[in-house]
Design a protein around this ligand. Structure first.
Ligand code: P1T
Length: 388
């Protein structure tokens, strides 16, 4: 078992897990049972029904809590279910101040689901923490942000915004999906809640949809466990096992994602067919110094504007052979996508344009392939775009 001083690389492999007491099996058993025998009414061994609690899920939650330095983790069946659970701690008439650049599905939860239950949300570029302080209203009950954000890779100052939040008595939730706890630890910087789509880097193999919320606030954790059981958006034991298995290599994977993405971002920045690259590891990124301060590495995601039209962006994506043209991110395989048509189609065109999500914007999730093969593939894409 890891100790309190174990490094994140060690926690990835061991936290929340122990050899099976029955057999000594070193891998966590997948407990598929939906129900658990009780010696008598209410006399159970900590588990009564698998929606309320499951031993494989408990192991995953233990590992995720340790990685984010949290007392509690609550696992869900998707990142969207995790986001929704956090928002269900609020009530009609409450206001959420949200970063302006978030996953399209997160925006959709605010705009198309919870608005009709009276939850108000406004979206703000949080690069200036003073603007956050000004935008907090008397009924603001939650600050929410992604950093780096999806897809524009804006970097927000977690410690400064957490200070603002604390001074106004409002919790700050950070969606840490793009960074992972290996590169950024929002709770240590003062956030109250961390949210993840475990679908992405944490599982890392593009074969599970999952989510989680981490916090050291006992009352919030109780409420989230209650919502997990009551609303029921729970992950399957098999999915919990797969995320636990994926987590074991998170440390080594993130190092390679960062190393390759840094090289590819630098190469893209010099490419004549690229108008602009957004990657927090580049000196040209306005959040470069902040990212260097609050992150241990700038991550594996890059967005760039291809010079040209939608037809050229489409030709670029169609020509790729190593990158798959696909939504999602954070897997061992590289993915490329067109945010305006794919992941951020739920935003109104005006909102997309205000953020800079135009027809030429391409988002890359840099995988673990040899980066020379990735560069060759991107070069073939640019050649195809030039022929349009
Ligand atoms: O897909 P799901 O597990 O429900 O997670 C939603 C989610 C939450 N937060 C962030 C930052 C995300 O990027 C996502 C999902 N994003 C994609 C599918 C995507 O391609 O951007």
């Amino acid at each position: 078992m890891p100790t309190a001083s174990s490094s994140l690389d060690t926690l990835c492999i061991h936290a929340g897990q122990h050899a099976d007491p029955l057999s000594g099996a070193v891998m966590t058993p997948i407990v598929l049972a939906t129900t658990f025998a009780q010696d008598g009414p209410g006399a159970h061994k900590g588990y009564d029904y698998s929606r309320a609690g499951n031993p494989t899920r408990t192991a995953l939650e233990g590992c995720l809590a340790a990685l984010e330095g949290a007392r509690h983790a609550v696992a869900f069946g998707s990142g969207c279910a995790a986001t929704t659970a956090v928002l269900l701690t609020l009530k009609s008439g409450d206001h959420v101040l949200c970063g302006d650049d978030v996953y399209g599905g997160t925006f959709r939860i605010f705009d198309k689901v919870l608005k009709q239950f009276g939850l108000e949300a406004t979206f703000l570029d949080m690069r200036d923490p003073a603007r956050v302080a000004e935008a907090i209203r008397p009924n603001t009950r939650l600050l929410w942000m992604e950093t780096p954000s999806n897809p524009m890779l804006k970097v927000f100052d977690i410690a400064a915004i957490a200070d603002v939040a604390r001074s106004r008595g409002v919790p700050l939730a950070v969606d840490n999906t793009f960074a992972t706890p290996m590169l950024q630890q929002p709770l240590a910087l003062g956030a109250t809640l961390v949210v993840h789509s475990t679908t992405k880097y944490l599982n890392g193999h593009s074969d599970v949809v999952g989510g989680a919320v981490m916090t050291s606030d006992d009352a919030l954790a109780d409420r989230l466990h209650f919502l997990q059981k009551s609303v029921g958006g729970v992950p399957s034991p098999f999915d919990c096992y797969l995320v636990l298995r994926g987590l074991k290599t998170l440390g080594v994977r993130m190092k390679r994602h960062v190393e390759s993405a840094r090289g590819i971002a630098e190469w893209l920045e010099k490419h004549p067919r690229v108008a602009h690259v957004r990657y927090p590891g580049l000196a040209s990124h306005e959040g470069h110094a902040l990212a260097a301060r609050q992150m241990k590495g700038p991550g594996g995601m890059i967005s760039f504007d291809l010079r040209g039209s939608l037809a050229q962006a489409s030709a670029f994506l169609r020509a790729l052979r190593v990158f798959a043209c696909a939504e999602s991110l954070g897997g061992v395989e590289s993915l490329a996508e067109h945010p305006a048509i794919m992941t951020h189609a739920s935003l109104a065109p005006e909102a997309r344009h205000a953020l800079g999500i135009g027809d030429g914007l391409i988002r890359l999730s840099i995988g673990l392939e040899d980066p020379r093969d990735l560069v060759a593939d991107l070069e073939a894409g640019f050649a195809a775009a030039a022929r349009v």
